[in-house]
Design a protein around this ligand. Sequence first.
Ligand code: PMP
Length: 412
Amino acid sequence: MASKAPIYLDHAATTPCDPRVVEAMLPYFTQKFGNPGSRNHRYGWESEEAVDTARAQVAALLGADEKEIIFTSGATESNNIAIKGGAYMYEKAPAGSASRGHIVTTILEHKAVLDPVKRLMKEGFDATFIEPGPDGIITADLVKAALRPDTILVSVMWANNEIGTINEIPAIGALCHEKDILFHTDATQWAGKMPVNVEKDNVDLLSMSGHKIYGPKGVGALFVRRRRPRVRLQALVDGGGQERGFRPGTLNVTGIVGLGKAAQIAKDEMDKDATRLLALRKHLEQTLVTRLDSCAINGHLEKRLPHITNVSFGFVEGESLMMAVSEIACSSGSACTSASLEPSYVLKGLGVGDELAHSSLRLSLGRWTTKEQVDHAAERIIASVTKLRTLSPLYDMHKEGIDLSKVEWAKH
Ligand code: PMP
């Protein structure tokens, strides 16, 4: 008997394509297959027109001008172009300093930001990685305290992909503008879910991705501000000059059409989706925390995306928990690095201990998640955690009121 498909609660990892997106893309595989760079015939013109439409759709989602949108292969590439391209363009070595310039970012960023910054450090730039408090929020004050006279770039994600916390982006942007420092935000989890206005939000560079907003994988965008200030970037790849030279190469027309359509739908349906998902997420959290003791929601309780929650369950073992909830497709607080399971650096960054990080689940809801699915998932989790705890002597001790932090364990 074929097993039932798991309930998909991993929308922060990726989303299914909206059928309206697929429909918009289809003609561009077979009939309208021209290269938008072909200036001499209809095939080229119609592809170019489709790219222009998508550019307008993405610009409208961000409150940007069409000329400020660069199409890329996804948020990883957008982040690399923004961070490395920005650092190379704005590098300045103050008199007597060996550093090529200072970058401020945070320990909670995705690897697609951390790794470009680490590469820049190997190349002679300095960096500060801000550590938040236990609520996981990066505030403008934290950024302010990290700035130096030689800071050239600040990169802070809009919302965190593991815990959904929302950082103080407009205020951080205002601070950077006041100090003439370039400001990049990785908005992969935010754009398309919550409102963006790059003017009001004081953003210079913004990364986003198609597959997080019910569009296709392998396509994304980078907003590059053209006025007040006009941002310049050094291209990382050389070639045919497409995308104002920032990202040369024949455009992924089908993907771009899909991203554009996904952006348009997101803009139109954002409020409706966010309201529904917030109610569903609160219901899920409420069910878990009222029916299970020793479970905690990670990150700030209010300043969070509507659709993501991250819950730690005490007195269960991480791998057993993941196995027990295999009917639910979700993420754990463990990341596979080479052969071993490492606790999530984001949860560790909030001060969550290794054990508890391993026994955490990220549950992220999406456009087609139903209340029935959420209820079913909650029941599965509650039953699994309860069962696993019957195997835990520590849980028994905890129930008997023994303070486990004071227990002296025998050493072998
Ligand atoms: N940044 C964040 C915050 C993300 O969540 C992701 C995807 N997990 C990325 C960057 C990378 O995006 P992409 O898959 O489009 O390269």
